[in-house]
Design a protein around this ligand. Structure first.
Ligand code: DX5
Ligand code: ZN
Length: 219
């Protein structure tokens, strides 16, 4: 398990000043920029598309951790790759052929991630884990920031940590939803090595970002 990486979700940033917000979290010590892409169909909210990812690209050299909550997803992989995504994460329910989707992301030269909703079993990874670079465990039902952490997901994180360690490959285990300074230690202890944090990063305004991120890392 590597030292934990912090991936602020810009869903909780000020959308009217997104470039500035991305520069602020970069300066505050973020490791990745988590971009939540929602289509109003796979999840009940609409956020941003490839044009926004492209516009943000010049504002930071940090990796863009792009979380696609859209269905069908395949038609948009190329656009997000071209826009500057570094990791592209998809949900198994977002297309008919998860393995094919993963192969396409890798063919585009990007890191491939698979995200599991709270009710989706870890078992879903059995035949794709060896192909991917990242697992994203959803600890809330996707769609909105600011929801409460679903504690049953700690068991899933631990189970996937075991699977990854057994495989012996450097696959990131990232957790997304309701992660804050009060529960991050537990999430890391369960086996996470990357934490998404929207509310817990952006609360308190730009002056607080560095301390917010440091506290998440401290565990
Ligand atoms: C939920 C998104 C999350 C969310 C996290 O659908 O995937 O990334 O923005 O926000 P917080 O950290 O506020 O739960
Ligand atoms: Zn997300």
């Amino acid at each position: 398990q590597q030292p934990v990486r912090i991936a602020p979700s810009i869903l909780s940033a000020d959308f009217a000043r997104l470039g500035e917000e991305v520069r602020a979290i970069d300066a505050a010590g973020a490791d990745w920029v988590h971009v939540d892409v929602m289509d109003g169909h796979f999840v009940p909210n609409i956020t941003i598309g490839p044009a926004v990812v492209k516009a943000l690209r010049p504002h930071t050299a940090l990796p863009f951790d792009v979380h696609l909550m859209i269905s069908p997803v395949d038609a948009y992989l190329d656009a997000f790759a071209e826009a500057g995504a570094d990791t592209i994460t998809v949900h198994p329910e977002a297309g008919p052929h998860l393995h094919r989707t993963i192969q396409r992301i890798k063919a585009l030269g990007k890191r491939a991630g698979v995200s599991l909703n709270p009710a989706t079993p870890a078992k879903m990874l059995d035949y794709v884990l060896e192909e991917i670079d990242l697992v994203l465990v959803m600890s809330v039902n996707p769609g909105f920031g600011g929801q409460s952490f679903i504690t049953s997901q700690l068991r899933k994180i631990a189970a996937i940590r075991n699977q990854i360690d057994k495989l012996g490959k450097p696959i990131d285990l990232e957790v997304d939803g309701g992660v804050d300074q009060g529960n991050c230690a537990e999430v890391i202890a369960a086996g996470a090595d990357a934490l998404v944090a929207g509310t817990a990063t952006f609360r308190g305004g730009a002056a607080a970002y560095a301390a917010n991120i440091a506290a998440l890392r401290g565990g």
